[in-house]
Ligand binder design. Structure first.
Ligand code: NDP
Length: 320
């Protein structure tokens, strides 16, 4: 757990609605992630004896614009921290065999401590994503999405696996509130492998009572109304309405949705899965979009990479 003061990461907003004074505390992912990155930079500096540096490889297939943007952010943040990050881009014509060969090479390279395969794979060939992500050595799977790491998380072996970056970032933001998760009723919307399912596991093993909702859930507003902690990762712009939210709840919004906005030069803007303006009138704590979960995802990737490098060093020292 990060030990810095929660108050540093909050921006208090006060407002009056229908005579009722409500206060939403905005949990800033920008501020929290900056503190994480600074801590990691110092840690990397300390381990950089004899020229040692944590190594990260980002493997991309194809040339999707959104992937290019995410990768450039990861490379930039890695460089700021002192992580040696390399971008390997394979053409859209790459075959599954070629992708697997590259993964094997990186798995065998002792100077690389983290390997992520940027998803989705942008290939003209049929490539089995599950096979590819599971080909990454669990020891280097800093995205925490291999079956081995996911299995350990689902069984509560949190100290023995890499935690997936987005849910781990959400947990960090929840910790910023200073509210104990244990015994709380948490509701997660979404059950994907990278967001919803591991979020459920993390909340469960932090001792919340967890309900997970998905596209077949019949009574979403009723489920949301019970949530003392609500984490949303559905990919549906503004889906969760403020009226659904329990007074004082912690609301964590993972959604990244582009909606048309003629007032912006790009003609669009980014919104979350939670209707922010109405939700912050009821929530106790809320994350903004952008500037909430997004920056935490990148920070947690760096944390896993540094953790992997530290484990590598410990193994090397114990061999001597
Ligand atoms: P997926 O599309 O893989 O999963 C979406 C999940 O939401 C599914 O489980 C789906 O249910 C559920 N869902 C969809 N519609 C509804 C609905 N109307 N009611 C209830 N549940 C619904 O998306 P991801 O998990 O990959 O991503 C979710 C969001 O988080 C996206 O906006 C994505 O951009 C964002 N994201 C943000 C990251 C960040 O760093 N901030 C990182 C990763 C993702 P079912 O299983 O039944 O289909």
């Amino acid at each position: 757990m990060i030990s810095f003061a929660a108050n540093l990461c909050r921006l208090e907003l006060s407002c009056f609605h229908g005579g009722r004074r409500s206060i939403a505390t905005v949990i800033s992912g920008n501020i929290t992630s900056k503190l994480v990155r600074e801590r990691l930079r110092k840690e990397v500096e300390e381990m950089s004896f004899s020229g040692f540096r944590p190594g990260l490889v980002v493997l991309q297939v194809g040339d999707r614009d959104d992937s290019n943007l995410y990768i450039s952010t990861k490379l930039k943040v890695a460089a700021q921290i002192g992580i040696e990050a390399k971008h390997v881009r394979l053409p859209t014509t790459a075959t599954q065999e070629e992708v697997l060969q590259h993964i094997t090479l990186v798995n065998q390279n002792p100077s690389v401590h983290g390997l992520i395969v940027q998803l989705p794979l942008d290939s003209v060939n049929s490539i089995n994503t599950e096979l590819v992500t599971n080909a990454v050595s669990p020891e280097k799977d800093v995205d925490g999405i291999s079956c081995e790491n996911a299995g350990k998380l689902s069984r509560g072996d949190l100290a023995d696996c890499f935690l997936p970056c987005t849910p781990n970032g959400c947990m960090e933001l929840i910790r910023q509130t200073g509210v104990s998760v244990a015994g709380k009723h948490a509701v997660v919307i979404g059950r994907s492998k990278i967001v919803g399912a591991p979020m459920h596991d993390l909340l469960l093993w932090n001792h919340a009572t967890v309900t997970t909702c998905h596209s077949k859930t019949r009574d979403l507003p009723e489920q949301v109304a019970k949530a003392e902690i609500l984490v949303v990762g559905a990919g549906r712009a503004d889906m969760v309405r403020g009226e659904w939210v329990k007074e004082g709840a912690i609301v964590i919004d993972c959604g990244i949705n582009h909606v048309p906005d003629e007032t912006k030069p790009s003609g669009k803007r980014v919104v979350g899965d939670v209707h922010y303006a109405s939700a912050y009138q009821r929530a106790g704590f809320i994350t903004p979009v952008p500037g909430g979960v997004g920056p935490m995802t990148v920070a947690m990737l760096m944390e896993n990479t540094v953790k992997s490098a530290r484990r590598f060093l410990q193994r090397e020292l114990s061999r001597r």
